[in-house]
Structures are given as structure tokens and as C-alpha cells.
Write a protein that binds this ligand. Sequence first.
Ligand SMILES: [Zn+2]
Length: 116
Amino acid sequence: MNVYLKKLAVPLCITMVIAGCIIWIILQNLYKNKGSIAEVRVSGETIMRLDLSENTRIKLNGEEGIDIIIVVENGGIYVEHSDCPDKICEKKGRITDTGDSIVCLPAHTVIEVIKK
Ligand SMILES: [Zn+2]
């Protein structure tokens, strides 16, 4: 190893460590919600589990003849449309974190983000 390379070795190592950290942080954010599952319950009964890393749109039949359209998008889940009168579930918006839930009382439906 010549002198020039020796001088370069330390800064190069530091740069690589920093670059590694940055890549790691980016990957962490990218896969933050990877492995999150949303559980859909109607009248206390789990009727489906949705992987939040797979974008999808599902029509659900709640109680009292209320249809709910659930959308899974980029690690989150939200109610796009519900036939319920209060629309509280629609107003709740997108949920992403474990423990977050969307409740539609008229349809006896609960959507909760759980960990796998
Ligand atoms: Zn509702």
C-alpha cells in the first residue's frame, strides 16, 4: 500500500460508514410498515386480515346492510366510502400505526392495525 492510499484509507472508511448509515435509515423508513397487518372485525368477529404492504381495495359487508369500501395503500389503511349515516369512519382518514383503529359503529365494524 503506498502513502497516498494510506492517507485515503481513514476518510474512505468514515465515508463508507456514513453512507451505510444513510442507506440503513432510508431502508428503515421504506419498510417501516412492512409486516403491519390490519384486522377487520364485524360484531367482534375477525373476518379478514390485510397486509398493509399490499395495496388493495376491498368491499366489506358490515352489519345493518352497510357496505364499506376499505383501501390499503402504501402501508396505511382507510375507509374510502361507507353507507353509514355518521361517516365517522370516513373522516378518521388513513391509519398506519400499530394500535390505531377505525370504528364504524353503525356497521359494528372495527379496523385495527396490528403487528404480524
Ligand atoms: Zn361509518
